[in-house]
Write a protein that binds this ligand. Structure first.
Ligand SMILES: Cc1ncc(COP(=O)(O)O)c(C=O)c1O
Length: 441
């Protein structure tokens, strides 16, 4: 495509940008107008290497022909049809493809349009399940500090990020939190899973002591991404699983970023060796080409809710666009690509190189920790005095201007490239990042 023909806005006023410093952006716009493979291109045609798979979502790389064609074809066949009391074939096919990929026994799939909707859907299913099995006192939901489960009231409340809540007053009632697992004093610069912290899962016992048998579910990210790449300590998830089983509590994994190959396996559950009862997903499900999320549950959860209800609608929940035809087409094509190209296998193959490259930044000025797992890396910088986040934001802007897209959260750089990344891309990402950290030190 002729770069000069790429779209350029002539007015930035109307779009109220999400999670953005609108005032800064509109004075200093950084625009992306085209994407292909490992790269974005600005409206001027400047290449920006994608170190973040968009927002942890374009796992197969950008502009994949197979996905584009599937969406185009479906748009011409049937643009939309409801899935309330009706169905269309490819929504069922998409669900079956997802169920083939989820851990054994987690075979029922409810479609949403985003990670946030998946989080709220999972929480509602957990409550409905407890009620259906005669445990209607179980109305309490447990999250974890520094957890991110999107921006709906459920996910925001169960999530553990103060900054996401402070503007909005009342949260969901009956929510409590486990402590986060970040322990730099014992685990700084760990490669892969940290040694220390499995005992933090025992805090669930304290919450059970406090709340008795009123807890419905615990929701955690297998690897917390949005708060800066917090890899679970060895044994932590095993312990959490044991305690959930002991106390009749459902375990929900938010696999929105860990799903679809990011950890070198189809889902994080497989890599981590601990399966949940319910798992959320989004992002990589369609390679982000059409918005789509999903919640997968065990057969037991599904059957308890469905068989346990009087005749008629069993779950009073759903979205107009649940199983949207274009999203379903994109998901089917994406999951086929995922298999044909063995994206998890590619991620596994390059993980050791990725790990070494990330940890090579250890001596850069102001780097206080580096964490990695699968094709994720977190590089934590010391904050500037009185200006949290400013240092990393300067690094982000500098990297962008030097042709590499990174993501920052607070003073942590989080990298999560498309799973098709190759060694020269890794070298360029880490080299540009190192230069930027030095330049702004
Ligand atoms: C673990 C996790 N859950 C939920 C979400 C929310 O997803 P969405 O932005 O699609 O609503 C995200 C987004 O980054 C996420 O990382």
């Amino acid at each position: 495509m002729n770069e000069m023909s790429l779209p350029r806005p002539n007015n930035l006023d109307s779009f109220w940008m999400p999670y953005s410093d609108n005032r800064y952006f509109k004075a200093n716009p950084r625009l992306l107008a085209r994407a292909e493979g490992m790269s974005y291109f600005t409206p001027e045609g400047r290449e920006v290497l994608d170190g973040t798979a968009g927002l942890w979502c374009c796992n197969a790389g950008h502009g994949r022909r197979e996905i584009v064609e599937a969406i185009q074809k479906q748009a011409a066949i049937m643009d939309f049809a409801p899935t309330f009391q009706l169905g269309h074939p490819i929504a069922f096919e998409a669900a079956a493809r997802v169920a083939e990929m989820t851990p054994a026994g987690i075979d029922r799939v409810f479609f949403t349009n985003s990670g946030s909707e998946s989080a709220d859907t999972a929480l509602k299913i957990a409550l409905a399940y407890q009620k259906a099995r005669g445990q209607s006192q179980r109305v309490r939901l447990i999250g974890r500090e520094r957890g991110y489960h999107g921006v709906g009231f459920g996910g925001m409340s169960v999530g553990g990020i103060g900054g996401n809540r402070k503007q909005f007053g009342a949260m969901l009632p009956y929510v409590d939190h486990l402590p986060h697992t970040h322990d730099p004093a014992r685990n700084a610069f760990t490669k892969g899973m940290p040694e220390h912290g499995a005992e933090l899962a025992n805090k669930l016992e304290d919450l059970v002591a406090l709340h008795g048998d009123t807890i419905a579910a615990v929701m955690v990210e297998p690897v917390a991404g949005s708060t800066g790449v917090l890899v679970p300590p060895k044994g932590y998830l095993q312990r959490l699983r044991e305690l959930c089983d002991k106390h009749g509590i459902l375990l929900i994994y938010d696999e929105v970023i860990t799903g679809f190959g990011r950890l070198g396996t189809d889902f994080g559950a497989e890599r981590l060796g601990v399966a949940p009862d319910i798992m959320t997903m989004a992002k990589g499900l369609t390679n982000a080409a059409v918005p789509m999320g999903a919640v997968a549950t065990t057969n037991e959860v599904y059957e308890t809710v469905v068989e346990g209800s009087p005749a008629g609608i069993e779950l009073f929940h759903g979205y107009t666009y649940s199983g949207h035809p274009l999203a379903s087409a994109a998901a089917i094509a994406t999951l086929a690509l995922h298999r044909e190209e063995d994206l998890p296998g590619r991620a596994r193959a390059i993980e050791p190189y990725w790990e070494e490259a990330a940890h090579s930044l250890r001596s850069a000025p102001g780097v206080v920790d580096i964490r990695n797992f699968g094709l994720i890396a977190g590089i934590e910088l010391a904050p500037r005095e009185g200006k949290p986040g400013a240092r990393a934001m300067d690094v982000f802007r500098r990297c962008f201007d030097e042709g590499v897209l990174i993501r920052v959260t607070g003073d942590i750089v989080a990298l999560s490239p498309p799973l098709i990344v190759e060694k020269p891309h890794v070298d360029r990402m880490m080299g540009t990042l190192a230069d930027a950290i030095h330049a702004i030190a």
